[in-house]
Structures are given as structure tokens and as C-alpha cells.
Design a protein around this ligand. Sequence first.
Ligand code: GUN
Length: 282
Amino acid sequence: MPCQIISGKKVADQVKDEVKKRVKELQACGKTPGLAVIIVGDDPASQIYVGNKERACQEVGIHSEVVRMTATTTEAQLLEVIDDLNKRTAVHGILVQLPLPRHINEEKVIEAIHPEKDVDGLHPANMGQLLLGKPRFIPCTPYGCLKMIESTGYEIEGKHAVIVGRSKLIGKPMSALLLSGNATVTICHSRTKGLAEYTRKADILVVGVGKPNLITGDMVKPGAFVLDGGINRLPDGKITGDVDFPSVADIAGIATTVPGGLGLTTVAMLLKNTVEAVKYGG
Ligand code: GUN
């Protein structure tokens, strides 16, 4: 059986259509959802991601503001901007694009965002809610993974899910989501010995480490569902994931691609979280 490729665009477009409808309903009640994105420094990849988020907001009618700060911005200056956005009722969601310059404490910054505006779902209060199975905001990439899986009708319950990577953006929240869906979850990371022994046992394999071609076809169980959360820029400028797609596509049952996969759903889920945030009042 050839591997089924899930279109990130198709899933993202469905989510965006729902968001668009919800925005219209909210606007009819005099409320326009608002998202503020803060970017510090001039990392080219981050600039592209933020531009994509801004454009997506425009597409669905969400008010968007991008706060661009120089690489020499101090932590105190950034915290002040967050504090102002926390107070503004027109801003329902706040996202600080990561990574931040090294002199700024990422944890402190995330904790400064009001949990009811943390549409990235990274605040400890929101991570805690997610772990308890009562999420307020689900981090956007894992949320997109879930949508991708749901779009195929694939049953998570009872499956063995193996996650490669323990980041706060992908691995950790994804493990909580799959556990809530009654999968049996194994988390692998950079110190895992014999990675392939684990990945070969995965019915669902989620990868998010930032290492091009880490997962090859011989590491995948025949028929597995493979979700690639990696976004890596190769020396020739091409974007690739963490999965060696040509070899994995011969073995996997269903897979996402990079580009064309989770990058698109990540943005769509951010829009969804932003309209959800309106219920907290801004
Ligand atoms: N950088 C790469 N992905 C993300 C994301 O989902 N959220 C934030 N805040 N920064 C990122």
C-alpha cells in the first residue's frame, strides 16, 4: 500500500474556514479578536514565521499587531511591552516568537504573559492544565498534529506513540495530548540509547528535534503514522524536516511532509487559539 500523505494545507484551510466564521460571529457582537506577536532580533527564519502569522490573521479577519524589537532589547524592555499588551482589551492573544536572544530569560518572558492571553500555550499554568487533561490553550504544533490525525479518522486509543524530542513546543505537550487520547506514550530524546529500537515500535511517530533526515525508513514500523515537526534549512536554502521522507514513505502508512505539513497547521491553530481567547475578555 502506498503511503498516504496528509495535506497540511487542506487541514489548515478547514481550520481557517471555521475561524473565519467565528470571527464574523464575534464581530457581529462588536468583538474583533486581536493577536500581538513580538519578535526580538533579526533571525531570518523567525521573520518569515512571523510574516506568515501576520498574513494568516489578515486572511481570517483577526486584528494583528507585530512588535518588532532589536536584538539588543533588554529583558526589562521586553517585559514592559508584554505588560502593556496584557492590559490592552483589544489584544486577546500574545505570542513571543522563539528563540529569543541569549541574554533574555525565555522562561521569565513566557511567565510574564497573562495565561488567558497565552495563545501559544507555553505558560506553566497552561502546560499544567494540559498535563491534567483540561487544556486552556494547546501549543500550536502539537494541536496541529492532533488535527492532522483526526482528519484521517485514525484511532489514537490503544496505540503506541513514540515521540522523538522533549521540547516545550512539540515533544512535551504532544506527549500529554496523546496520553489524554489513551495512547501509550514513549518519549525519546538526545540521550536515548538505541533510538531505532523505540521508533520501530511506534504506531504513531512524532518527530520534533531539528535534525534533518534523523528518521530513516529502516527506523519506522510498516504502516506507521509519521508526523514530522522539524523545520530545517539546508545549506542550499531548501527546507526539510527531521524525517528522510523518500525512504520513510516506502514504509509508513500515513505521513506529513515538510514543507506542506505541520508548519501550515501550526499557524492555523494559532488563529483558532486566538478566537478562543476572546471568551476571556481581553
Ligand atoms: N518558534 C518556532 N515555533 C514556535 C511556536 O510555535 N511558538 C513560538 N512562540 N515560537 C516558535
